[in-house]
Design a protein around this ligand. Structure first.
Ligand code: ADP
Ligand code: MG
Length: 701
C-alpha cells in the first residue's frame, strides 16, 4: 500500500480532528485508504431536473429547480413544523420540515434559486416533499456538472456532525480529487486486457465520484471482480497447498464388507444420484488424493446410505471410521439406523455421546485403541483428546453448519497414519455462490434426486384464527394412523416467553387431544438429555401420536409414519429453518402436510417466506430466496467466516461476477499453481495484502 493511503483521515480536507474521531468510532475509518474502501450503497441520477407539473403518484426521488416563499412555522410542541412553498415555471409544491427548524429558518433565503431533491408524497390530496435536500443553485451538483451522486450509509452521530450521506460524498470527492498516481494496480496486465478492465485507479475514483454511468458500471465491475477474484484465488491456493502437503490414504479396493452388504442387505435400490456420489467419493479416496468433500442433499435424499456404504469401503481397506452428528438425538438415531442395517454383519459399531456411561466409555476407548472397533458414532464427544483411534481413516460429519472449521480440523489430527478423508454432509442447500465462497476449498457433491415413490409434501399457510380447523385436520390424520409434529420457535433472546408459548400450546393441545385416546410427547431444550431421548423414542416407536417440540427436532430425525408438520409462529422462522422442519415429514409412502401457522399481520418479508414455502419444495430454490432476503451474513454457518468482510461485492447479487472470478482464478492456477511466473507477481503481493487486511479486520471487530 502506498504511503498516501495510510495518511490519517483527519488530514483530509473537510474532516479535521473531531470528525476524524467520529469516523474512527462509528465506521472504523482511520486512514485515507479505509475511506476509499467505504463504498456507496447506491447512486442517484442528478442530471435531470423535473418540473413540478410532471409529479404524479408514481414519482420517486426527483430534483426540482425553483424559488422558496411563504416560509412559516405551524403547530405547537411535538406537532411543530415548518412549511414553505416551492415554485417553478410550471407550478408549486409544499415543502415540510419537522426537525432542525432553527437552522432552516436562519439559512433559507426566500426568492433565491434552489435545487430541491426529495420524494414527493401525497398528503390530503396534495403533493409535498418532507425534509428535502436543498442547495443554492450555484453550489449544486448540477451546476458543478456532477450527474451521479453517490449515497453512503451513515450514522446519526455522523449526520449531526455534517457527515450525512451527502457529507460523506463531499469528503470522498475531496479525496478522489487527489488520487492520480496514488493507487497501485493489483491485477496482472494479461487479465486486465482479457476482461477489458479499467485500471484500479480509475475504478476507485469512479466508484466514489462517477464521471458518467458507463464508467460507473465499469468501475463497479472491476472492483467487485477484483474482490471476488482474490477471494477465490486465496481459497483455491489453500486447496493447492493442502493437496501438495497432505498425502491421502488410499482406499484401493472395494472389499468384502461393502460387497456383502450391497448384495445381501441393501434395503432398496440406490438412486442414480446416490450412485454418482459414491463414485465421486471412490475416485477421490482411491488415488492418493486427500478428500475433503461437502455432500449437499436435501432432507430425505438419502445421505445416510451414502455415508454407510463409503464407511464400509474404508473398513474394507483396514481403517476405522467415525460419524459425527451435532446433537445427541441425531447421534442416537444414526447409531440405531446403522446398527439395524449392519445387524447381520460382522462389523463393530458403538455410540459415544456426553451421556455414555463411564464403563462403556472405557470399553470404547480401549477398542478404539486396539483397532477392534470399526465404526464410532457420536457427538462432539468424539473430538475430545481422550478419544484415540488406532487408525482412523474416514470421518463423516453430518449437518455441517453446526460445526466450525476448527472442529473439523481437530478430527483430522486423529488419524495416526495420515489425515483421514472427510465427508461433510449438509441438508441445508447452500446457494452456489455461497458454496463457492465458504466452501471454496472443498469439493462439492450434490444429491439432487429424492428416492422414488415419495409424494410431494403439501404445504399450507393458515392464520391463527383457523386453529380449530387445523386441529380437526390433525384429528383426522391421527385417525388414519399417522403421527403429527407441532413445532414452536425457541429463540434465545426471548427464551422465557417462547417457553411459555410452548407450554401453553402443549396444554391446549392436551385438552383438545386428551388421554387415554391420545398420547403426546414433548421435547425441548431445557429437558435432560435422557428425558428428551425417552420422549423421542416414544414418538419414534409410535406410542405417542403427537410430538410437541421446539426446533431441537430440526435436523435429521426420521419418523416415516409422521405425516403432518405444524409450525407455530412460522413467521418467526427463517426460510432454511422452515424447510428443514418440513423435511421431518414426507419420509414415508403417505401424503404428508406442512401447515404454517402465523398471525394475521405479516410483513412483506414474512409473507414472501410463507409464499415461497407454499410454492416450492426445492431446497436450492428456497436457499436462493433466503439469500436474497437476508443477505449472506445471515445464512447459517457463515457468520464466523471472516470472508464476509466483503467491501463492495454482494454474494446475493453478484453471482455471475463470482463465477467469472472463480474461472479466472482456476485458469491462472492451472498454468502457474505456485504463482511463480513474473507476469503474476502482482497476485503474490495481492494475496499477502489480503491476509494482512483480514487479520486487521478480525482484530478490530
Ligand atoms: P437425509 O439425506 O435427510 O439424511 P436419510 O438418509 O435419512 O436422508 O434418508 C431418508 C429416508 O429415505 C430413510 O428412511 C432412508 O432409508 C430412505 N432412503 C434412502 N435412500 C433410499 C433409496 N435409494 N430408495 C428408497 N429409500 C431410500
Ligand atoms: Mg440425515
Amino acid at each position: 500500500m502506498s504511503h498516501f493511503l495510510e495518511t490519517s483521515i483527519e488530514y483530509l480536507k473537510g474532516v479535521g480532528p473531531s470528525r476524524a474521531e467520529l469516523l474512527k468510532k462509528e465506521l472504523g475509518i482511520f486512514t485515507f485508504g479505509q475511506l476509499l474502501d467505504y463504498y456507496p450503497f447506491r447512486y442517484i441520477d442528478r442530471s435531470k431536473i423535473y418540473s413540478i407539473s410532471e409529479i404524479n403518484s408514481d414519482t420517486a426521488y426527483i430534483q426540482l429547480k425553483g424559488k422558496i416563499s411563504h416560509i412559516q412555522t405551524i403547530g405547537e410542541r411535538r406537532a411543530k413544523r415548518m412549511s414553505a412553498v416551492f415554485t417553478d415555471e410550471t407550478g408549486e409544491i409544499e415543502l415540510v420540515w419537522f426537525k432542525g427548524l432553527k437552522w432552516l429558518a436562519s439559512s433559507i433565503k426566500p426568492n433565491a434559486e434552489y435545487i430541491v431533491f426529495g420524494k414527493p408524497t401525497l398528503f390530503k390530496g396534495r403533493f409535498n416533499i418532507t425534509h428535502p435536500e436543498m442547495e443554492p443553485v450555484g453550489q449544486s451538483l448540477v451546476a458543478n456538472q456532477i450527474n451521479l451522486q453517490s449515497v453512503y450509509n451513515t450514522t446519526e452521530k455522523l449526520s449531526n456532525k455534517g457527515l450525512n450521506a451527502k457529507g460523506i460524498f463531499k469528503i470522498q470527492q475531496n479525496l478522489t480529487a487527489q488520487l492520480k498516481g496514488k493507487i497501485l494496480e493489483t491485477l496482472p496486465d494479461e487479465l486486465i486486457e482479457k476482461l477489458r478492465l479499467i485500471s484500479r485507479e480509475e475504478a476507485v475514483i469512479n466508484a466514489h465520484t462517477p464521471k458518467n454511468e458507463q464508467l460507473l458500471q465499469k468501475a463497479l465491475f472491476r472492483l467487485k471482480f477484483e474482490e471476488l477474484f482474490y477471494l477465490q484465488l486465496s481459497l483455491l491456493r489453500q486447496k493447492v497447498i493442502k493437496t501438495e502437503k497432505i498425502k491421502g490414504l488410499i482406499f484401493g479396493e472395494v472389499g468384502e464388507h461393502f460387497n456383502t452388504f450391497y448384495q445381501n442387505y441393501l434395503p432398496f435400490e440406490l438412486t442414480e444420484a446416490q450412485k454418482r456420489v459414491i463414485k465421486e467419493i471412490r475416485k477421490d479416496t482411491g488415488t492418493g488424493k486427500h478428500m475433503n468433500r461437502l455432500l449437499q442433499g436435501d432432507v430425505g435424499s438419502g445421505k445416510t446410505m451414502v455415508a454407510l456404504l463409503t464407511i464400509l469401503i474404508a473398513i474394507d481397506n483396514g481403517y476405522q471410521t467415525c460419524l459425527m452428528a451435532p446433537t445427541e438425538i441425531l447421534a442416537n438415531q444414526h447409531f440405531e439406523t446403522l446398527s439395524e442395517m449392519l445387524k447381520d454383519m460382522d462389523v463393530s459399531i458403538e455410540l459415544l455421546t456426553g451421556s455414555t456411561k463411564i464403563a462403556d466409555r472405557k470399553r470404547i476407548h480401549e477398542n478404539l485403541e486396539n483397532g477392534e472397533l470399526k465404526i464410532l458414532v457420536g457427538t462432539h464427544a468424539l473430538i475430545e483428546d481422550k478419544v484415540q483411534f488406532q487408525n482412523l481413516g474416514y470421518v463423516v460429519v453430518d449437518e455441517q453448519h453446526r460445526f466450525g472449521v476448527a472442529q473439523r480440523s481437530r478430527l483430522w489430527k486423529k488419524g495416526k497414519k495420515g489425515v483421514p478423508h472427510i465427508l461433510v454432509m449438509t441438508a441445508t442447500p447452500i446457494p452456489r455462490t455461497l458454496a463457492m465462497t465458504f466452501y471454496g476449498d472443498l469439493d462439492v457433491s450434490v444429491i439432487d434426486e429424492l428416492p422414488p415413490g415419495r409424494k410431494e409434501i403439501k404445504t399450507i399457510h393458515r392464520y391463527d384464527s383457523a386453529r380449530l380447523r387445523v386441529f380437526k385436520f390433525i384429528e383426522d390424520e391421527i385417525k388414519k394412523g399417522r403421527q403429527v409434529y407441532v413445532v414452536y420457535p425457541l429463540i434465545q433472546e426471548s427464551e422465557k416467553m417462547d417457553y411459555k408459548d410452548l407450554m401453553d400450546g402443549y396444554e391446549s393441545i392436551s385438552r383438545r387431544f386428551p388421554k387415554p385416546d391420545y398420547q403426546i410427547s414433548i421435547v425441548h431444550g431445557q429437558m435432560k438429555a435422557a428425558d428428551k431421548d425417552y420422549e423421542m423414542q416414544r414418538f419414534v416407536k409410535g406410542e405417542t401420536q403427537i410430538m410437541v417440540a421446539t426446533t431441537v427436532i430440526e435436523v435429521g430425525v426420521n419418523v416415516p409414519n409422521a405425516s403432518v408438520m405444524v409450525i407455530e409462529s412460522a413467521e418467526r422462522f427463517g426460510l432454511s429453518q422452515l424447510h428443514q422442519l418440513r423435511g421431518r415429514v414426507g419420509r414415508g409412502a403417505e401424503q404428508s402436510y406442512c401447515i404454517l401457522m402465523t398471525g394475521n399481520k405479516l410483513n412483506n418479508d414474512g409473507r414472501l417466506r410463507m409464499e415461497t414455502m407454499v410454492k416450492t419444495n426445492d431446497g436450492f430454490e428456497i436457499a436462493e430466496v433466503d439469500l436474497k432476503l437476508r443477505g449472506p451474513g445471515d445464512i447459517q454457518g457463515t457468520q464466523q467466516s471472516g470472508l464476509l468482510s466483503l467491501k463492495i461485492a454482494d454474494l446475493a447479487k453478484d453471482g455471475q461476477t463470482l463465477q467469472i472470478a472463480r474461472n479466472e482464478a482456476i485458469s491462472i492456477l492451472k498454468e502457474d499453481a505456485n504463482l511463480q511466473l513474473p507476469k503474476n507477481h502482482r497476485l503474490v503481493t495481492g494475496l499477502k495484502n489480503l491476509t494482512k487486511n483480514k487479520t486487521n479486520w478480525s482484530r478490530i471487530s
